[in-house]
Design a protein around this ligand. Structure first.
Ligand code: ADP
Length: 523
């Protein structure tokens, strides 16, 4: 290697090192590219160097250095297209590439050129090309130098672009969060606060920008939020409300935050102000309860007079039929009134009702419900079977409410199972719990609907039971009665196969009859 060549080689190595340092130093593209062009120019003694940066929405952005760079510009478009299609190009008039160079619009002042695509992460970001007035023999060291340089530049461009995209996304995200009236908080897996929007800062006085990065449970005054997150973690997220110091009520919704690879990163807590809806709802419940209560007595005497109609004189067949229809209507209305009153009593938010516990014969209760529903089931062509296995103790429960819960489940199975179906009701004691199960082979319930069935006033409509009447209160009563007795209720169902509803009540604590009043276990 000649001394001149060796010097050039060492110089090239230093330039590559320099470029690498700048890239690692995260210098902006506008500052870095001119330096790179200059390096390429110096290292290869070119007469002009151009770097074309393709950008979405723009044809390209050109950076240039060297005396002949201006003349070279006229070939930019065609050379960019050529290199994009063919890859790296080394063209020289001496080697017979004159016609192609002319076709590409390269000035006759240039004897040769070398052009390289700038590719990183399988994306081409532009080209780098160098022009020479004199024929130039590119050595392998030149080529290696240029391809390293092009590779480094491409990586720098790709990094700068993804950094810019991330910055824009961040800016968007914070603009969205700032304009969201709902308080939003994000915590990581260690429950350290990672993000908080202005609405949340305003709501929780204890939070400030300084709280970012701190464990939420060490922020004095944020205990309620910590409790909310814990309740969510324990699966108690349903019907949760957050009564804030500002007098408003919020409905929290908490979702997992996952990375692109699906790894758990933390939680996002959004608080929706539901004060207005809650007030409306409370007013509606109160109004319904008052009206329902006042309807009880007229319904009772309507029923009484209906019963007496037949006693005061013979009714003809038509009149008998009408009386039956009125009686059905009165029973439906009475059922509805009782459900509204029961739901109002045990509503976990608005209800103030204390359970009226008394020693209750659960077996008797079960048999009463089953015999009451035997006729409606038979009328619908359903097979209704009830089984009690093992001994079931007398329990200290609210008999009226528990009967209502049992009835609702069996009644639903009757209402929502098509003709010819089977309903199996079982009662037994399992793991020190009283367990009532109602299984039908009806239409079943989708997973989506199963989640909301137990909420107040939720009905699921299907064309098959368009004419079935209901209030959407039955399962709300079932769940809350079970919970007020320390138990729970749930459903397992598969569409097209049927459903199993279960009520579980623990045989412990207040549910147990105290020793002196304990009755014998019925057979
Ligand atoms: P209602 O029966 O008055 O509509 P419920 O709270 O008792 O109110 O039930 C809520 C919804 O759950 C019903 O509208 C119905 O769509 C669905 N559902 C209840 N029980 C069953 C069942 N056994 N099979 C299929 N769907 C059911």
């Amino acid at each position: 290697m000649s001394e001149e060549r060796l010097r050039q080689y060492v110089e090239q190595q230093e330039l590559v090192l320099n470029v690498t340092r700048r890239i690692a130093g995260n210098v902006g593209l506008d500052e870095m590219i001119p330096h790179i062009l200059h390096s390429a120019d110096r290292a290869l003694r070119a007469d002009g160097v151009r770097l074309l940066l393709t950008e979405p929405g723009v044809r390209w952005r050109a950076f240039a250095t060297g005396e002949r760079a201006g003349v070279m510009a006229q070939a930019d478009a065609r050379l960019l297209a050529y290199v994009t299609g063919h890859g790296e190009a080394e063209l020289s008039r001496v080697a017979g590439d004159g016609p192609l160079l002319d076709e590409l619009g390269v000035s006759s002042e240039l004897a040769c050129l070398i052009a390289l695509p700038l590719v990183a992460h399988q994306t081409q970001h532009g080209i780098l090309w160098l022009g020479f007035q004199q024929p130039h023999a590119f050595g392998s060291a030149d080529r290696v130098f240029l391809s390293i340089l092009a590779g480094q530049v491409a990586i720098a461009i790709a990094n700068a672009r993804s950094f810019e995209a991330a910055r824009k996304r961040r800016e968007w995200l914070s603009a969205i969060l700032a304009s969201t009236p709902d308080p939003v908080l994000v915590v990581d897996r260690e429950m350290c606060l990672q993000l908080v929007n202005p609405a949340a800062l305003e709501l929780v006085a204890a939070l400030s920008e300084e709280s970012i990065g701190q464990p939420l449970d060490q922020v004095v005054g944020a205990e309620d939020l910590v409790q909310l997150l814990h309740d969510f973690g324990n699966g108690d997220a349903h019907n949760l409300e957050y009564a804030a110091e500002n007098g408003y009520t919020y409905s929290p919704s908490i979702s997992d935050v996952r990375t692109e690879s699906g790894e758990m990163a933390g939680w996002v807590l959004v608080l929706r102000n539901i004060t207005h809806f809650k007030r409306l709802n409370d007013n509606m419940s109160e109004f319904l309860s008052t009206v329902s209560h006042d309807m009880r007595s007229p319904l009772t005497f309507m029923k009484g007079y209906l019963d007496m109609l037949g006693m005061v004189g013979e009714l003809n067949e038509k009149q008998d039929g009408f009386v039956d229809k009125i009686a059905i209507g009165v029973v439906q209305m009475s059922d509805m009134v009782e459900k509204i009153l029961d739901a109002g009593k045990i509503d976990p938010v608005a209800g103030t009702y204390e359970l009226s516990r008394e020693p209750s014969d659960i077996v008797q209760m079960f048999n009463d419900v089953m015999s009451r529903l035997a006729e409606p089931a038979a009328k619908q062509g359903l097979e209704l079977t009830g089984t009690i296995s093992g001994a079931v103790p007398i329990l200290n429960v609210d008999q009226a409410l528990l009967t209502s819960a049992f009835t609702n489940l069996v009644e639903n199975a009757v209402k929502y199972t098509p003709e010819g179906g089977h309903i199996e009701v079982t009662l037994n004691v399992q793991d020190n719990n009283l367990v009532l199960r109602v299984t039908d082979d009806g239409y079943g319930i989708s997973a989506e609907n199963q989640k909301k069935l137990f909420q107040r006033n939720v009905r699921v409509h299907r064309k098959e039971w368009k004419r079935v009447k209901g209030s959407g209160l039955g399962l709300f009563i079932v769940k809350n009665v079970a919970q007020r007795h320390g138990g729970d209720a749930w459903v397992k169902s598969k569409e097209g196969e049927g459903s199993t509803f279960t009520i579980v009540i623990p045989l412990a604590g207040e549910n147990m009859v105290v020793a002196e009043t304990a009755a014998e276990t019925p057979e």
